[in-house]
Design a protein around this ligand. Structure first.
Ligand code: TYC
Length: 103
């Protein structure tokens, strides 16, 4: 039996694969002093499928607390929402900002 390093190849079989749920991301809306309230409500209805009542509640929560959650999504969906919202705000010349963070 040799004590030289063994350079033969071998196949390792992993019987247990660890599987995790995809990470989820909060999509956050930030307050500012200029974006009209009805624009924010419309945006929440349009991009987050909120009812008018829920949209109003979220908008007022952001207005009073500086930041609020629009929803929690897998990474790619959260990225798309953030892009759509920021693009929509920019196109309409409002300073409204949307961002995401790991939840
Ligand atoms: N603070 C804004 C106003 O008084 C309304 C507003 C709410 C703006 C939520 C941005 O994410 C926002 N017109």
């Amino acid at each position: 039996m040799s004590h030289e390093p063994n350079h033969d190849t071998e196949t390792l079989t992993r019987t247990k694969t660890s599987i995790r749920e995809p990470s989820m991301f909060k999509v956050l809306l930030l307050n500012d002093d200029f974006t009209p309230m009805d624009f924010v409500v419309d945006l929440l209805v349009r991009f987050f499928q909120k009812s008018a009542d829920d949209a109003t509640r979220i908008m007022l929560n952001v207005h009073h607390n500086g930041v609020g959650i629009c929803g929690v999504f897998p990474r790619e969906i959260a990225e798309t929402k953030v892009m759509q919202v920021n693009q929509h705000a920019r196109k309409n010349n409002h300073p409204l900002k949307c961002k995401m963070e790991k939840s």
